[in-house]
Design a protein around this ligand. Structure first.
Ligand SMILES: CC(C)(COP(=O)(O)OP(=O)(O)OC[C@H]1O[C@@H](n2cnc3c(N)ncnc32)[C@H](O)[C@@H]1OP(=O)(O)O)[C@@H](O)C(=O)NCCC(=O)NCCS
Length: 332
């Protein structure tokens, strides 16, 4: 024995509340179709998107994250000073360092909380929930704010017809803390770096600096990602239900990453979700906001269906890496 102290924490955790901040502007399909030789009809049919939100030039991911986090903490009814962990999932902060999370922690009154940014693309928020749950139960933190924050419009090429019409700007946040009963199931998470080329940035900043490439933007092999999402992610979703010890018929809500409405519909069909399960369809008016998409969709769902409070929701994120994460949560 060394006399060394090692921490343990509470047995269970849960989500206390959500917060949301969407880009100020609703951008309809018509505004984007010119440079990609597309149409409002094509985008609606292939993706379910009617408008997406995009932020003003003067608004950045830090502003969006701060607004979302403030709402989540206020709704949770905890003192911001009690937040001792801030995790921000993002792929679009144009500054490599300092992190978004440290600045947000300070702005919301949680200074000196532990704070770090994390890149797991569209799975980032679900990764963050898995981390917050594990860290709190390990005694490394007590109250965590997990935020997905993106200003994707800064890394979009308006002439790229593989992706430009999908992306939006926003931030969603969740407060995670101790619980008397189980509120976050074990995550099924992982990666497949052999498919790293399927979606991601098209150039490096070094190539840009050296004049060898234009400003780096997101691009994807749409059909490859689509097939992977529909076939492989349904298996991950089923495994998450199994690990949680629940059936699809137990779900009050299903909150998948808002990548494409056709992917959402295909998931729902393959999982054989009952009519009673409410399915998040935030993509229609928000677009795909990567790490922010699940918490934004969760926030909207709870606003439109407050009766879901206390029910079970399956959430699943997947994207560039490729990476994925899914878990079942009790809705706040
Ligand atoms: C991007 C996506 C909407 C494209 O839809 P799709 O049905 O796969 O479309 P395809 O690329 O197979 O192209 C089908 C046709 O539409 C055309 N097309 C492709 N992009 C187009 C666009 N933006 N506008 C108009 N037509 C387009 C193609 O040229 C093709 O025409 P053809 O049939 O005459 O050859 C879809 O693949 C998708 O959503 N993928 C997954 C996205 C995702 O989950 N990303 C995760 C990272 S966040």
């Amino acid at each position: 024995m060394t006399g060394l102290t090692q921490a343990t924490g509470p047995a269970y955790t849960r989500i206390y509340a959500y917060g949301a901040a969407r880009g100020e502007n609703a951008v309809p399909n018509e505004d984007l179709v010119g440079p990609i030789d597309s149409s409002d009809e094509w985008i609606r049919q292939r993706t379910g998107i009617v408008t997406r939100v995009r932020a003003d030039a003067g608004t950045d991911a830090i502003d969006l994250a701060t607004e979302a986090a403030k709402e989540a903490v206020a709704t949770a009814g905890i003192d911001p000073a009690d937040v001792d962990l801030v995790i921000v999932a993002t792929i679009s902060n144009p500054k490599q360092t300092p992190s978004v999370s440290a600045i947000v922690a300070d702005r919301i009154g949680a200074n000196p909380a532990a704070a770090y940014d994390m890149n797991a693309a569209c799975a980032g928020y679900a990764y963050g929930i898995a981390q917050a749950d594990a860290l709190i139960r390990a005694g490394a933190a007590r109250y965590a704010v997990v935020i997905g924050a993106e200003k994707l419009s800064d890394i979009v090429d308006p002439t790229d017809r593989s992706i430009s019409f999908l992306l939006g700007d926003g931030a969603g946040a969740a407060v995670v803390g101790p619980s008397d009963t189980p509120g976050i199931s074990p995550a099924v998470w992982g990666s497949d770096g052999s498919k790293a080329d399927a979606v991601g940035m098209n150039h490096t900043l070094v190539d840009f600096r050296d004049g060898k490439a234009p400003w780096p933007t997101l691009r994807q092999e749409g059909p490859t990602v689509f097939r992977w999402a529909v076939w492989e992610m349904v298996k991950v979703a089923r495994e998450a239900l199994e690990k949680a010890g629940v059936e699809a018929s137990d779900l009050a809500a299903f909150i998948p990453h808002q990548a494409n409405m056709r992917i959402v519909d295909e998931f729902a069909k393959q999982l054989k979700l009952p009519e009673s399960t409410v399915i998040a369809r935030d993509i229609e008016t928000t677009g795909n906001t990567s790490a922010a998409s699940i918490p934004l969709a969760s926030h909207r769902l709870m606003q439109e269906h407050p009766e879901l409070s206390g029910g079970l929701a399956l959430q699943i994120g997947f994207g560039a890496g490729l990476v994925f994460a899914a878990q079942v949560v009790v809705l706040p």
